[in-house]
Write a protein that binds this ligand. Sequence first.
Ligand code: TXA
Ligand code: MG
Length: 315
Amino acid sequence: MRVRPPDPAALAEAAQLLRDGKLVVFPTETVYGLGANALDAAAVRRVYEAKGRPADNPLIVHCLNAGAARTLAARWPEGASRLAAAFWPGPLTLVVARAAGALPAVAPDLPTLAVRVPGHPVARALLEASGVPIAAPSANRSGSPSPTRVADAVEDLGKSVALYLDGGPCVVGLESTVVRVDGPPELLRLGGIPREAIEAIVGPLSFPRHGPVVSPGMKYRHYAPRAKVVVAPPGELQAWWGKPGTGFVVSTESGLAGPHAVVPGSRGDGKAWAHALFSALRDLDAAGCTVIVVEEIPSLGLGAAVMDRVRRASQ
Ligand code: TXA
Ligand code: MG
């Protein structure tokens, strides 16, 4: 497997590989992405093959700045400008009305496109060096936890990727927040920017839990390790403790500790939990756990996105 630190030579090679239609795994501030040249239909198809991703689940297009993202949109509403100014570069994805003919290979059947300006210096250097918009889902096999370390992506995708850029562990640890802005703002996926922070800019968000599937990816089983995931309120943790083959992701306050217990931080520290969750699920899997018990933490700030991922993993 070709894994390289993101020095200038590796970045130049990765950019050339993208322009040649190959796949490159690169770090972002959220999770590792599996990148392809968004202008190249065959390369975009290879992303779906490598991930085993259902064809109706569209990809996010990564751009160097808001100006570049805007050229892909038919309209750029006031809400998009305000959110872009507040959170880009960063862990926010905007779903906008697609400009006529823009990136026909990405989500060909949808009238919209998802765009994001990442903040990670390696992602930015790759966008700059390649000169193309990069379509990139999370660099995991469809259904498994997103990779927050390069080794996680290598484990899932192996030789289908031409080059892996190793930028170390991702700071945020879960994916971007997805907001639809081609009408009244809607929250399509909880993620790295807390709901409260977005509502402070554009007012209350609706959260389409029911009705037509607006973010196609949300209907599939997601984020799941091989082990069965159980969400337990703090009062029920003791009942699981000591059961053979059981791993734990628990708060400092739980007082639990041991080789199969990952302790991201305090119950109120959603940021620490977001950073640690996916790597904990993968590490406990690798340690041979068949059940992973995750403590329920308050759904505030990033804690809401953490609980969203844990609940989906437990389904
Ligand atoms: O943080 C992230 O967003 C990472 C990094 C690599 O940027 N990417 C990521 O991509 O999480 P992915 O493909 O794993 O998740 C993209 C989500 C899916 O739920 C997908 O359905 C939704 O965004 N999405 C993409 N295009 C859409 C569109 N046009 N309308 C609605 N939802 C869309
Ligand atoms: Mg994903």
